[in-house]
Design a protein around this ligand. Structure first.
Ligand code: PEP
Length: 251
């Protein structure tokens, strides 16, 4: 089974409106010749609509970095999945470690968001990954399994096939300390086994698992060459056209 490579950029809380549009224009030009991978960018929510307008009709999809799980109503400051869909989103990053660890988001909340995203027709990119102390304690797989089971609880097989998982060891995010291709492959293979156990081999073969954590144009090729690594979720290196494009070329 060949899974199509999927490279997504997480712009986090960076850039201005004009810088976002400039980056989107650059990607629009650069991505015109790329057909071997799915590509997406996830700008800050306030810039999603403008970036989606620039990228409309191109190979570059647009996603958000979070969503609220309720459909509508008195939830001051929140944004629903239908609203994201309405302004041109195709993807939404859920359970990023910065949301889990800085904002206290639990896997139960992530689960509600996964359900809301799927109901609205968005593709959830669900992040899982261990802290450095958890890796050092040898509990990486247990941590990832808990996050996986919690985040996908009650998700049907057909819905699971539409989800993307991003394995992002927290110690590798924004640190320049990328996991070795072997470390990434080990956890990716374990995640695929978790999907097989909870669903089936067929579903496990379909779900794409991205690696995230200090991926750049220099280290991407080696990681993406691993059989269970189906793409990358990229933070810092997605903020400029050249390095992001370099990652795409490695794919
Ligand atoms: C991320 O934010 O998901 C990420 C992987 O960041 P970076 O590439 O900067 O480590």
């Amino acid at each position: 089974m060949t899974r199509r490579i999927f490279i997504a950029g997480n712009w986090k809380m960076n850039l201005t409106l004009s810088a976002s549009l400039e980056l989107a224009e650059g990607l629009k030009k650069a991505a015109a010749g790329i057909s071997n991978a799915d590509i997406a960018v996830c700008p800050p929510a306030v810039y999603v609509q403008a970036v989606a307008a620039v990228l409309k009709g191109t190979a570059v999809g647009v996603g958000a970095q979070n969503v609220y799980f309720e459909k509508e109503g008195a939830f001051t400051g929140e944004i629903s999945a239908n609203m994201l869909k309405d302004i041109g989103c195709r993807y939404v990053i859920l359970g990023h470690s910065e949301r889990r660890n800085i904002l206290g988001e639990s896997s139960e909340q992530v689960n509600l968001k996964v359900k809301a995203a799927l109901a609205a027709g968005l593709v959830p990119i669900v992040c899982v990954g261990e802290l450095l102390k958890e890796r050092e304690a040898g509990t990486t797989e247990d941590v990832v399994r808990r996050q996986f089971d919690g985040s996908f609880s009650g998700i049907a097989a057909k819905e699971m096939e539409n989800c993307v998982i991003a394995y992002e060891p927290v110690w590798a995010i924004g640190t320049g300390k990328v996991a070795t291709p072997e470390q990434a492959e080990e956890v990716h293979a374990a995640i695929r086994k978790m999907i097989e156990k909870n669903y089936s081999k067929e579903v496990a073969e379909k779900v794409r698992i991205q690696y995230g954590g200090s991926v750049n144009d220099k280290n991407a090729a080696e990681i993406l060459a691993k059989p269970n690594v189906d793409g990358a979720l990229v933070g810092g290196a997605s903020l400029k056209v050249e390095p992001f494009l370099g990652i795409l070329k490695s794919a």
